[in-house]
Design a protein around this ligand. Sequence first.
Ligand code: NAD
Length: 317
Amino acid sequence: MTTIVTGAAGFIGSTLVDALLERGAEVRGIDSFSDYYDAASKRANLAGALSNPGFELVEADLRHTDLAPLLDDASVVFHQAAQPGVRLSWADGFDTYDSCNVLATQRLLEAAQRTGVGRLVYASSSSVYGNANIYPVTEQTLPRPHSPYGVTKLAAEHLCGLYAANYGLSVVSLRYFTVYGPRQRPDMAIHRLIESALDGHPFPLYGDGSHVRDFTFVDDVVAANLAAAEADAPPGLVVNVCAGGSTTMADLIDVVGRSVGRPVPIDHQDEQPGDVLRTGGDGSLALGHLGWKPAHDLETGIGAQVGWHRSRRASVI
Ligand code: NAD
């Protein structure tokens, strides 16, 4: 049987592909190499996987491709593909978020249900919560997204739930809280902070540095996916995948500066529409249903990501 990973060339998808190959799985990765960031970085993410005979890459867009033949021999589908990020989801950008996140998920669910896939794991997001009244948020907290991106991730999560409720499709949705680590997307704060510290160019800090985030290391997110594929979970289960920490942007800037060995130069900017003040999750349900809990602390994880930035720079010189 084959394991499918959508968004296989991305930050989280490619890390998951490597972990699956390491476990001896036969993996079919699907990715459109969308232009959200440069395709060369995504191809570099797959360099190891492409030399593994257990890996097949299908360059295809989930919005237009006939998906049933790609899922025909699949036991598990890890659905990581999406148009990510909050800031571009306003105005004309919304069309892409709508089609890549909602329509693409609906097409994948339809194909999974028709071909009898055993388990589909959906990469949802803490952005479904928006600004909550009480922290940490549990899966019982009313989702009230604060950005169009969050709306599309929640809509797709609801689609997962209704394919589970109406057709018994075995779907687990994982609400990731700000993921970081090697291969992190170039638009994400930790990636840009580390590059700023290494280069000495200013990092634009939106707001006053008091925003709080629950940062989750990518290997922990991969472990949650592997657990979700195998767990005896009720169809439609939704769980938080979070480290449970509460780090302010100001503290994060200090951690990155210490890890790089140079302070991050800061350029103070106004808050951005769609940015929530705080994220913070309760991971009890993931522990109860998946037996999963995070294993990496922020300092260790940032150290690993700094090492990746340095080795990437060394390989292009
Ligand atoms: P990423 O952009 O690195 O990876 C997503 C991949 O999906 C890209 O390689 C892209 O080319 C592909 N893709 C996009 N639209 C596609 C389509 N229509 N057809 C086929 N492939 C398509 O992003 P990431 O940070 O690795 O995020 C992976 C998933 O995790 C996404 O679903 C995202 O919403 C979710 N998520 C990420 C975070 C985070 O902190 N990175 C947090 C919460 C949720």
